[in-house]
Design a protein around this ligand. Structure first.
Ligand code: MV4
Length: 459
């Protein structure tokens, strides 16, 4: 039984979790840094505790301070949200050993999936398709050369503790391997304190398609379909949709089954996401990573399934059984999300912190706004720059697209630059409208709209 939850996060996701708790009749405790004292989650929660100065490592990343806040407020459970401590196995362990329910997977699963080389091996054993590559981490550049020879170029080396693109290099030719291997290793060493790398065959401009899985503590696992997250900039997702325009029913079914089977065989429970690289040309998909948290883009799945994922995650953490079987999951219509960030798309998406002087995001049929921002809110340079998620639902993709455009046209945010104009451009792009995009879409689009240097100043 969970009666009171501490939310170890901030921003829109803290508010999203408070909303789920309130609907379940669970009391909430918000923790906040000095920069967030006047924020909506702090105002909305039943209680709040200041845990330190603005810098994340002194507040939202500080495990002892959060555990103290949990102790003095006498909560039964902690929800980590996404980012910050959500995939920190030590934090999950600290909760487990102090008798608190961690609203997430077992710390063991976080640790195993956090090591990308171990995750690959576990998924392979579970029967999930993986790309040809190294058996585990590479011993040295010698072994890298041998492995690359076996799988064939191009290959990619990735940091075992990576994800998000750091410590990663694509190698097209044998003569480049030694140099690029050393660069990836140095970058991984600096970022993660470990230079350990693994290798995979490199797929040219695949789609990023991920499957939402839900597993209870009684061994039952279902999947809730896919999200297409191929529209990314520097490994930051900007637009997500469900269903993916690229999948046919047979591939969709196989991908969902593979993901659910993977989660089951690793003894997973809670919400999880299995990310795949999908090669449209062949219709093949391959395991990339597993995210052991509630994700930013969870609302698109909520809108096509009608399931409140955060409530379900809390119920499962409390020991309840999954309320539905796989064949009872119903998918309805189409959903699209875009992330409205306080960034200036005209200036290379440079963060644009400051006070929001006016804030109106639209409503109306099929429009959902998940945001912690009101007029007068200050976007702090200390945290990520997301100000809102705009999520739409329609009977089909065309209706969802029209709703998204209508909602973006109504939106008005003053005081900071936002990504709204950028989104309006993407949603009117013929290739996006046709569902023809992959992980290379934004780079190609950016290149095409920049004036070639030799014609600059001409006219
Ligand atoms: C790849 C790949 C192609 N082949 N692995 C990027 C982030 C990290 N999580 C893994 N990434 C990739 N791994 C193989 N074997 C292409 C990418 C990739 C990518 C993946 C998903 C979404 C956007 C991306 C942008 C560039 C590269």
């Amino acid at each position: 039984m969970i009666r009171k939850v501490l939310i170890a996060n901030r921003g829109e996701i803290a508010l999203r979790i408070i909303r789920a708790c309130r609907e379940l009749g669970i009391a909430t405790v918000a923790v906040y840094s000095e920069a967030d004292a006047d924020s909506l989650p702090v105002e909305t929660a039943d209680e709040s505790v200041c845990i330190g100065p603005p810098r994340s490592r002194d507040s939202y990343l500080n495990i002892p301070r959060i555990m103290s806040a949990a102790q003095i407020t006498n909560v039964d459970a902690i929800h980590p949200g996404y980012g910050f401590l959500a995939e920190n196995a030590q934090f999950a362990e600290a909760c487990e050993s102090s008798g608190l329910v961690f609203i997430g997977p077992p710390s063991r699963a976080i640790r195993e999936m956090g090591d990308k080389a171990v995750a690959r091996a576990k998924m392979r054993k579970a029967g999930v398709p993986i790309l040809k590559g190294s058996a585990g981490v590479l011993k040295d550049v010698k072994e890298a050369e041998k492995t690359a020879q076996e799988i064939g170029y191009p290959v990619i080396v990735k940091a075992k503790d990576g994800g998000g693109g750091k410590g990663m290099r694509v190698v097209h030719r044998p003569e480049d391997l030694e140099r690029l291997y050393a660069m990836a290793q140095a970058e991984a060493e600096a970022a993660f304190n470990s230079g350990a790398l693994y290798m995979e065959r490199f797929l040219q401009q695949p789609r990023h398609i991920e499957i939402q899985v839900v597993a209870d503590r009684h061994g039952h696992v279902i999947h809730l379909g896919e999200r297409d997250c191929s529209i990314q900039r520097r490994h930051q997702k900007l637009i997500e949709e469900a269903p993916s325009p690229a999948l046919n029913p047979s591939i969709r079914k196989r991908m969902g089954q593979a993901a659910a089977q993977g989660a089951k065989r690793i003894g997973y429970h809670s919400l999880g996401t299995i990310e795949f690289l999908f090669e449209e040309k062949t219709g093949e998909f391959y395991f990339m990573e597993m995210n052991t948290r509630l994700q930013v883009e969870h609302p698109v799945t909520e809108l096509v399934t009608g399931i409140d994922l955060v409530k379900l995650q809390i119920e499962i953490a409390a020991g309840e059984k999954l309320p539905i079987k796989q064949d009872e999951v119903r998918f309805t219509g189409h959903s699209i999300e875009c992330r409205i960030n306080a960034e200036d798309p005209q200036k290379g998406f440079r963060p644009s912190p400051g006070e929001v002087s006016y804030f109106h995001l639209s409503g109306g049929p099929g429009v959902r706004i998940d945001s912690h921002i009101v007029a007068g809110s200050v976007i702090s340079p200390h945290y990520d720059s997301m100000v809102a998620k705009l999520i739409v639902h329609g009977r089909d993709r065309d209706e969802a697209l029209h709703r998204m455009q209508r909602a973006l046209q109504e939106a008005r945010v003053d005081g900071v630059a936002t990504t709204i104009p950028f989104h309006l451009e993407v949603f009117s792009h013929l290739d996006f409208r046709g569902g023809r995009y992959d992980t290379g879409f934004l780079d190609r689009y950016q290149a095409a709209r920049e004036v070639p240097p030799e014609t600059r100043g001409a006219v």
